[in-house]
Write a protein that binds this ligand. Structure first.
Ligand code: NAD
Length: 368
């Protein structure tokens, strides 16, 4: 075993079907009583339901307001509007209910105001488990990390994921798997994170095909799958929040930021190719751990990911999301500019080939 540093996330996690009902008690436990609710326009009805249930609860909670304009990539103009709204309210805490976009806005307001942040995630993206905030100003995304950004309490209510469409469930789940895969070969990985990463990959890889088959959990198998997928997403999110990420996350950041590609879908396309690039530089035991966590991998981690993506029937090419072939070179240039720890050094022509394969939607091979 190599020497390591492990920082346990201070977040309190409440998990299970229907656990949203514990929110009033949780707010009271924190000696708070005036939550400001955040979500996206698409999930405004969810915020309405939450406000109604908080008002009807038997603890002393008064909803201070609802802000339902969260969008992808936390653009600064939305943050400024939300900040003004928060300052003009009597809020003493923030409750964000939604995916990474909503939680990003909650983090942005929490760090600016000092208001405590309670998260209710409804996708598998994992932002609720990280001290990281990405924000966009004039089309440029910058990321910062601060322990104060990490939300204090997270309620994982499985019921709230039943409305997540099958396609987004699949890609969001693979987005989560990517956190765990990169955590296993992170420069600052550690034995605890290794355990969580393997368990997280395995929980998601087992459950996602059943989630896609029965997204609204009409059957017992579907219900168990939704539960296991959210559990896996929590563990993978914890990996993302605990150790540094490598080529896969940097590539997705570049592709998403520069070519306006959708977050979860881009992660899904890139993951097998990024792993295939890094594979020759990884310890054999790391690859074995990933392969063993993926059903029908035949002992090969890249094959395991290919099998999973085929089962999930996800789109495999970035061109399907509007990326142009001439962007491949541009993306390779940007991806090779930044220097960051990655198991394998960045070789411009090979990185270009990774991006070309992602663009074309080719199946990942093990020959890079
Ligand atoms: P998202 O939050 O943008 O959600 C996508 C859409 O699905 C939205 O319209 C949303 O309202 C809707 N939705 C979410 N949950 C739903 C549900 N259960 N039922 C029905 N509709 C639902 O997508 P995402 O992939 O969760 O988040 C992506 C964003 O999060 C990106 O901006 C990314 O950079 C950020 N992110 C940040 C971190 C971090 O640590 N800072 C980690 C992961 C993602």
């Amino acid at each position: 075993m190599e020497p390591f540093v492990y920082s346990s996330a201070p977040s309190r996690v409440i998990f299970g079907f229907g656990c949203l009902g514990q929110l009033p008690a949780e707010i009271a436990r924190l000696n708070l009583n005036a939550p400001l609710l955040f979500t996206t326009p698409e999930q405004a009805a969810e915020a309405d339901r939450l406000a109604a249930s908080l008002s009807g609860s038997n603890v002393n909670v008064t909803v201070a307001g609802k802000f339902t304009k969260a969008i992808m990539h936390t653009p600064i103009h939305i943050t400024e509007e939300a900040l003004q709204f928060a300052r003009s309210s009597q809020a003493d805490c923030i409750v964000s209910i939604g995916g990474g976009s909503t939680i990003g806005l909650g983090k942005a307001i929490s760090i600016r105001t000092g208001l405590p942040h309670i998260c209710i995630p409804t996708t598998y993206a994992g932002s609720e488990m990280t001290p990281i905030l990405g924000e966009t100003t004039e089309g440029r995304k910058t990321t910062r990390s601060d322990p104060k950004i990490l939300p204090g309490t997270v309620l994982y209510d499985v019921d709230l994921t039943l409305s997540l469409p099958a396609a987004l469930s699949a890609t969001s789940g693979v987005n989560a798997i990517a956190h765990a895969v990169e955590a296993l070969y992170s420069k600052n990985t550690n034995p605890i994170i290794n355990l969580l990463a393997v368990e997280g990959i395995s929980a998601l890889a087992d459950s996602l095909p059943h989630v896609v088959e029965d997204p609204t959990a009409q059957t017992d198998i579907g219900r168990r799958a939704r539960e296991r997928a959210l559990y896996g997403a929590w563990l993978c999110g914890h990996c993302l929040g605990s150790v540094g990420m490598g080529l896969h996350h940097k590539l997705c950041h570049t592709l998403g930021g520069s070519f306006n590609l959708p977050h979860a879908e881009t992660h899904t396309v890139v993951l097998p190719h990024a792993l295939s690039y890094n594979a020759p530089a990884l310890k054999k035991e790391t690859l074995v751990k990933i392969a063993n966590a993926l059903p029908d991998s035949d002992g090969n981690a890249v094959i395991g990911l290919n099998v999973l993506l085929t089962r999930l029937q996800v789109k495999r090419g970035l061109k399907e999301f509007g990326m142009k072939e001439e962007d491949v070179d541009k993306a390779a240039d940007i991806a090779c500019q930044a220097q960051y720890p990655n198991p394998r050094g960045l070789e411009r022509e090979k990185i270009r080939e990774v991006i070309r394969r992602c663009w074309a939607g080719e199946e990942a091979k093990t020959d890079l």
